[in-house]
Design a protein around this ligand. Sequence first.
Ligand code: NAP
Length: 248
Amino acid sequence: MFDLTGKVAIVTGGSRGIGRATAITLASRGARVLVGFVSGEEAAKEVASVIETAGGHAEPARFDVADGEGAARAVGEHAKRLGQLDILVANAGISIDALLPRLKTEDFDRILDVNLKGAVACAKGAIRSMMRAKRGRIIFVSSVVGEMGNAGQTAYAASKGGLLAAAKSLAREYASRNVTVNAVTPGFVETDMTGALTAEQKEAMLGVVPLARAGTPEDIAAGIAFLASDEAGYITGQTLRINGGMYM
Ligand code: NAP
């Protein structure tokens, strides 16, 4: 079940957090994984080396998802070089929080460039190879905030909600080519991204999680690996909520 032997995967933002766990999980199921990063070269190399030491196959792959056309080209070139691209996990993301009066236009633009336009650009880079192969899995890493909103995160929530709409549109566009496009919406997960929250903020978050714990990157990776598998072949345009019950 959920075997990924012989598949090639790109995980953007694979150097840290949820992406790191996803790269390791996909590789443990047999996929060759490109570990995407933009600045964390050492971290990406470490992830690749963890995978190789465990007997898997991985390599770091540097490209800035915010460079739309450049990112699409990079993904397309990797697919061409490796002869296939079966799985794209568009996970790279950033958050810059601010209440509306303090929300800077450049920060809003930056969030959309990385989280929304970056993910769609990577999908654009992947789609040609997937269409030709008549198979593929695209998984967008959105957020519970994209579904329920959050004060102080208007820009971030808009980027993540946009991803859900993009996934549904692409799911319709490429279903005839046997390419599925889905999203996961993690709840509160302990990573560098949430590391800046105060103890008080974390406690407040956990207070609304019925399972009463933070998610781990591995919790999210498990859902992504399922959506990437052959067994998930009849699931497209869907959102898999992995949030401990925070939003139902
Ligand atoms: P993280 O630990 O901060 O890691 C972010 C990753 O994204 C890093 O690997 C980083 O690469 C990469 N990245 C950032 N900007 C990039 C760019 N312009 N081009 C390419 N790569 C870029 O974040 P995380 O918490 O694991 O989050 C991963 C995804 O899950 C994000 O999309 C986030 O919005 C989403 N999410 C997280 C949570 C949570 O509670 N943590 C909840 C819901 C959704 P470098 O190492 O090179 O900087």
